[in-house]
Design a protein around this ligand. Structure first.
Ligand SMILES: Cc1cc2nc3c(=O)[nH]c(=O)nc-3n(C[C@H](O)[C@H](O)[C@H](O)COP(=O)(O)OP(=O)(O)OC[C@H]3O[C@@H](n4cnc5c(N)ncnc54)[C@H](O)[C@@H]3O)c2cc1C
Length: 430
């Protein structure tokens, strides 16, 4: 379901639904004047808000969120986060690039961890390592290439065969998997709620407050259903939804993807998830299925992609159930408890669009499906850019900048073609 200015979903976020009810912050009402307004209370928006508040403790900072915290994609994701990413290949150029980006990622991780530790945010954060697994011969080749890259980068790792995977994660679905140590799992809805509840005192958050329209005269004038907000500086942290305001339409693409949590299992059934109490598995193919344990007794599956339009709910449920049961045929009697979708913003070259859009308007968008840590560092940097404390050129040189995407109808035709080809290649990885 698409709202004119923000993504609205038919199903509640499954992680959020399992948490105790929470009182959303009041909707914005009347005339409001601020120094900085941030649109969107996801990882990017809240990271920017905290950094602005830290650097400008006297400033009035307002965050508006279209829905309720925990119901956006920041609560809807699979909860994989890592202080370091593995390089994509073993070429010297890629190793250097990955090393430089990892310095940023580590800073983003530290920025995310600080409030978690300071306020004891209970988000189920657990060190899990990360398994990149292959169910097909093509996937196995990719795992071997990744192993070479990890080895070249000097990162601790292990390659697991089918039997080891069966023992550790309980399924013989995969031929092989590359285990690396740098990986954490968390409950994303609990985390984003915790971050929103512990914002600094000079940040005011309004929920159920969608931005409807914006225009600039000497300042920005923002219209929401019940308020008119005036500020000299606006940070759009809405990911691809910035396109609803006529910006970056030729840079960002909205992708829908889907997740489900199994019903809670009894101890005998949960033993089928293998000997490791915590694990998360990413597919070797980008259209493949992600699987992780969630708590002691549930499994999460994330799969399926759709360009710009959601997939019908019955098809989503049936496909995710099949992904689960194909991997765990011994659990064919266990159903899905929560099923939901979310959006993420893709760019053609995998780089974010980051920086100043026009006078007094800034954004970071195009998380490419990995926004927990990336959103945290790029949101923090954006606040620094706003205050003249970092160089736009340097950040863009490091991360790249989202390049041009063809307009409709070429875009949909192109994506349809690529998706069909990649689905065939993904095969059993899906
Ligand atoms: C199913 C799924 C699984 C994923 N798994 C992972 C994972 O394991 N690890 C990972 O790192 N990433 C994952 N991602 C991607 C991750 O969720 C995103 O990268 C991340 O949420 C981006 O954060 P953000 O703050 O930039 O944007 P968002 O989380 O999208 O936040 C933007 C916010 O802006 C609000 N908004 C939009 N328009 C308006 C408006 N007009 N007015 C006011 N507010 C508005 C939205 O409601 C939203 O809350 C996954 C995504 C999905 C959908």
């Amino acid at each position: 379901m698409n709202h004119p200015t923000f993504p609205a979903y038919p199903d509640p976020c499954g992680f959020n639904a399992l948490l105790p009810p929470r009182q959303p912050k009041a909707e914005a009402r009347g005339d409001i004047t601020a120094d900085y307004v941030i649109i969107g209370a996801g990882y990017t928006g809240l990271a920017a808000a905290r950094r602005l508040a830290e650097l400008k403790p006297q400033a009035r900072i307002v965050v508006i969120e279209a829905t309720e915290v925990g119901e956006g994609s920041s609560g809807r994701n699979s909860g994989f986060a890592s202080p370091r990413d593995v390089p994509a290949s073993s070429s010297a150029a890629e190793l250097t690039r990955a090393e430089a980006l990892n310095r940023q990622t580590e800073e983003g991780w530290a920025w995310l961890m600080a409030p978690i530790e300071q306020h004891n945010i209970d988000c189920g954060l657990q060190a899990s390592g990360r398994i990149k697994a292959a169910a097909t011969d093509l996937g196995a080749q990719q795992v071997r290439a990744l192993e070479a890259a990890v080895k070249a980068a000097g990162l601790p790792h292990e390659v697991w065969d089918r039997h080891t995977l069966k023992a550790r994660i309980g399924t013989s679905y995969y031929q092989c998997g590359l285990y690396t140590e740098d990986g954490y799992l968390l409950d994303p809805a609990a985390l984003i709620r915790g971050l929103a509840e512990t914002l600094p005192g000079n940040v005011t958050l309004h929920e159920n407050t969608p931005l409807l329209a914006m225009q600039r005269q000497d300042k920005w004038f923002l219209e929401t259903p019940s308020a008119r907000i005036t500020a000299p500086c606006v940070i759009m942290a809405t990911n691809a939804a910035i396109r609803h305001f006529g910006r970056l339409r030729d840079r960002l693409v909205t992708m829908y993807t889907y997740a489900a949590l199994s019903e809670p299992l009894n101890a005998k059934d949960a033993a089928q998830f293998g000997s490791m109490p915590v694990w998360g598995l990413l597919p070797s193919h980008r259209l493949g299925t992600t699987v992780r344990r969630f708590g002691p007794d549930r499994l999460l599956v994330r799969s399926m992609y759709a360009h710009e339009r959601p997939i019908p709910a019955a098809h989503v449920r049936a496909t995710l159930l099949s992904c689960f049961h194909r991997r765990y045929p011994g659990l064919a009697h266990v159903g899905l408890d929560q099923v939901w979708g979310g959006t993420t913003a893709l760019t053609m070259n995998g780089a974010p669009w980051w920086g100043q859009v026009e006078g007094g308007l800034y954004t970071s968008a195009g998380c490419n499906g990995a926004g927990i840590v990336k959103g945290s560092i790029l949101g923090k940097r954006l606040a620094e850019l706003v205050l003249g404390q970092c160089s736009q050129d340097e950040v863009r040189a490091l991360w790249g900048l989202a390049n041009w995407v063809a307009p409709e109808p070429f875009r949909s035709i192109g994506f349809g073609f690529i998706a069909a080809r990649e689905r065939r290649r993904a095969g059993l990885e899906a």
